[in-house]
Design a protein around this ligand. Structure first.
Ligand code: CU
Length: 503
């Protein structure tokens, strides 16, 4: 290879294979929007997908003036302050006045948090953004690189044989002396012998590579295993039971679950054709079993997504699917915050206004520009009463709105709020964990006590505007459906929107 041509086409990291993603499904980035002291900020954490790896962190200052410094610090679990490394400084992004970015190493697997500290003329503030550190992908070779490496490998193989041959033939002769025929013959024999030896070394190398690859694949994150069953005779109320069957969690890796807004599990059912949807909160029967009454959803195959938070702050979405044979009847909700929606969208394409069950409307305030994968957005929805005035939204489960976004093939599922995709429970777990916490289960009760006061409860003025804003970036191109839920006059209402996301 000539000097100066050593630049590979593409990159070593090209063609990353995305297998499974974090707490949400197929949507690995973490979004947080909220208050840090006098500042209103939006934080996006893009995890590396491999461990150890570098996470990309961007902080956008939405209000409160320009900070003098923006510091970010990754914390494994909720370590006491004595062990904390010094925070890194996030640098202003060229060309943007309100945007700061930094890269942080996540060294271990498990629950991390990123602490963001801002300081400036307006004062100081900090916030904790929980992040899961998990391996989710396997990097693959791109073809030009593979061809180049194979070529180089062949060159080395032939080169090694040539060197051995030359060494035997003439390495001990004086300069200028010609090797005799017996030396030449010996050189040929040795070269023939070296071939299987080198082939064996190559074979061992391949074995090592495969073992390393298999170990990496085995270490990729998989959500805990569950088993779902449906009970109840046709026509009567049906009951759905989810049992966590994961042997690791049942065994030595047991970590208690903690309630997120008072619920240990937030369960979502989405029918394969996206025409039925339910958001339920199963009750815990014992430490591994959850049960809920099923709303009268129509028959069909349903994808099941169950969000849980562990005491470590680690969030998971448990996955399963279940088939309902017939339409159910007689539903009495176990939980007042349970809700469901069923219907068919009349128009194919982009729908901007949805009719809600009580006659009010929900409008997606978006411009005509296409939605592009990976670009961060403010999804803004405004709700109006029948008389056209802004509806008064009541917070429920700590939020002005709960929304679910899914790709039509189910490969993306995300549960988000005006505060982003983070779980408030895991945020509280990091904030409330104390160095002396060794007894499992203590944190859960402390979180329940603190939740009413510490969580970012939306103010009444926010609810009065009838508008909710959800920070998000669609992870990849395709057709998506969004269910946006709000509470008006004590009832949960669901607005449904379809959208096409461009590459
Ligand atoms: Cu929610």
């Amino acid at each position: 290879m000539r000097a100066g041509t050593g630049r590979w086409p593409g990159t070593l990291l090209a063609a990353a294979v995305l297998l499974m993603a974090s707490a949400h499904v197929g949507s690995p980035d973490t979004f947080y929007e909220g208050i840090a002291g006098p500042y209103r900020i939006r934080v996006i954490v893009r995890p590396p997908g491999i461990v150890p790896g570098q996470a990309e962190i961007t902080v956008r200052v939405l209000g409160g003036g320009a900070p003098r410094s923006v510091l970010v610090l990754p914390l494994r679990g909720g370590r006491p302050t004595a062990e904390e490394p010094p925070p890194d400084s996030a640098r202003p992004v060229a060309g943007a006045t309100d945007l700061y970015s930094a890269q942080l190493w996540l060294m271990e697997r498990g629950a991390y948090s990123v602490r963001v500290e801002l300081a400036g003329a307006a004062g100081e503030g900090n916030v904790i953004v929980p992040v899961n550190s998990i391996a989710t992908r396997r990097l693959a070779f791109d073809t030009p690189l593979a061809i180049a490496l194979l070529g180089l490998g062949a060159f080395l193989f032939v080169g090694a044989i040539t060197i051995v041959g030359a060494a035997v033939r003439e390495s001990v002769l004086a300069p200028g002396t010609e090797p005799d025929s017996s030396r030449r013959r010996r050189s040929w024999w040795i070269r023939l012998l070296v071939v299987p030896v080198l082939a064996l070394a190559l074979f061992a190398g391949k074995k090592w590579w495969d073992a390393d690859d298999a170990a990496h694949l085995a270490s990729l994150y998989r959500p805990m295993q569950v088993r779902t069953t449906i009970d109840g005779a046709p026509g009567s109320g049906r009951v759905l039971t989810i049992a966590i069957t994961d042997s690791q969690w049942l065994g030595r890796r047991f970590v208690p679950l903690i309630p997120d807004h008072g619920k240990l599990m937030h369960l979502f059912l989405v029918r394969d054709d996206l025409a039925s949807f339910a958001h339920l909160h199963p009750l815990m029967i014992d430490s591994t079993t959850f049960r809920t009454a099923l709303p009268p959803l129509g028959p069909g195959r349903y994808r099941l997504y169950a969000d849980v938070v562990q005491e470590t702050g680690f969030t998971q979405t448990l996955l399963d699917s279940v088939t309902l044979a017939s339409a159910g009847a007689a539903w009495r909700a176990d939980d007042p915050d349970d809700s469901w929606w069923s219907g068919r969208l009349s128009a194919v394409g982009v729908r901007q206004t949805a009719q809600l069950q009580d006659g009010s409307t929900m409008t997606w305030a978006r411009d005509s520009s296409p939605i592009v994968a990976g670009r961060d957005l403010e999804l803004r929805f405004s709700v109006r009463n029948k008389d056209g005035r802004p509806a008064r939204l009541e917070p429920y489960m700590g939020m002005l709105s709960h929304a679910v976004i899914t790709r039509d093939d189910g490969s993306v599922f995300v549960h988000l709020h005006p505060s982003g995709t983070i779980s408030v429970a895991s945020q509280l777990a990091f904030a409330l964990r104390q160095p002396g916490d060794t007894v499992r289960g203590v944190l859960g009760s402390r979180i329940t006590t603190a939740e009413g006061t510490a969580s970012p409860m939306p103010s009444m003025e926010e609810g009065d505007s009838g508008t909710v804003t959800l920070p998000y970036a669609f992870p990849r191109a395709g057709r998506y459906r969004m269910w946006v839920q709000v509470k008006i006059k004590g009832g949960v209402l669901t607005g449904v929107f379809d959208t096409q996301v461009e590459p």
